[in-house]
Write a protein that binds this ligand. Structure first.
Ligand code: BMP
Length: 224
């Protein structure tokens, strides 16, 4: 299960870059995650045209971290342009923050995904110290999914123990950041988020298929 992170590099025709990757990959992956670089360059109007017929996961990764009203407004806007999931930070807390966002997500039919740990080393400086509280917030608001790092799979294992089996775990860090395909799923994740290892390669489709195959093999091994 793969979600492709579409983060276009600077010197490309962004809309074309995204469209080509969307067309080549949509049959093989479960979703696309669109981050700040693509959203600010293409705009929501342009993105909604590219993805208009897509029925998989379409995640707006703005990593919201604001007061509840503003996060709710932002989520509502991206929902109007066809996104069906949003990512927000849990560290802003429950009251007047994630609680309000979660209500709007529910109203708009958006899947809420909360970041409880990140794939870079700096996550250990502050975020990871509060892992259990962040998972608690996710439980309290009935979050659809959580982000936890493939680069530190023991965290995924811990998050899975804490959250139970219903909530989805999405794990970035496969490929360029060092984790092997399948690692996160073996430790309890549902989806592996893969960006540059697929999108910055010469043959996008071939590379995606290779990663999907290697994910399958690792998962088959770890599940015995
Ligand atoms: P890549 O596979 O190219 O390293 O991309 C990873 C993607 O996952 C990026 O879009 C990044 O914003 C996102 N991400 C991450 O790398 N670590 C996190 O902890 C959370 C993320 O959303």
């Amino acid at each position: 299960m793969i979600i492709v992170a579409l983060d276009p590099p600077q010197n490309v025709d962004v809309e074309k870059w995204i469209k080509i990757r969307y067309d080549e990959l949509k049959e093989y992956v479960q979703g696309f995650k669109i981050g700040v670089p693509a959203i600010i360059r293409v705009g929501l109007e342009g993105l909604s045209k590219i993805f208009k017929d897509y029925s998989g996961l379409l995640i707006a990764d703005l990593k919201l971290a604001d007061i509840g009203d503003v996060m709710a407004l932002t989520a509502s806007i991206v929902g109007d342009y066809g996104f069906n999931a949003v990512i927000a930070h849990a560290f802003v807390g429950y009251s007047q923050a994630v609680d309000e966002l979660s209500k709007t997500c529910e109203k708009k039919g958006l899947k809420l995904i909360l970041v409880v740990s990140m794939s870079h080393r700096g996550s250990e400086e502050f975020i990871d110290k509060h892992l259990e509280s962040f998972v608690e917030i996710a439980k309290r608001v009935g979050s659809w999914g959580l982000v936890a790092p493939a680069t530190r799979p023991l965290i995924i294992k811990r998050v899975r123990e804490l959250i139970g089996s219903e909530v989805k775990i999405l794990s970035p860090g496969i490929g360029v950041q060092g984790a092997e395909p399948g690692t996160a799923i073996c430790y309890g994740a549902d989806y592996e988020i893969v960006g540059r290892a697929i999108t910055h390669s010469e043959n996008v489709k071939q590379n995606a298929l290779k990663i999907i195959e290697s994910q399958k093999q690792r998962v088959a091994k770890c599940r015995g």
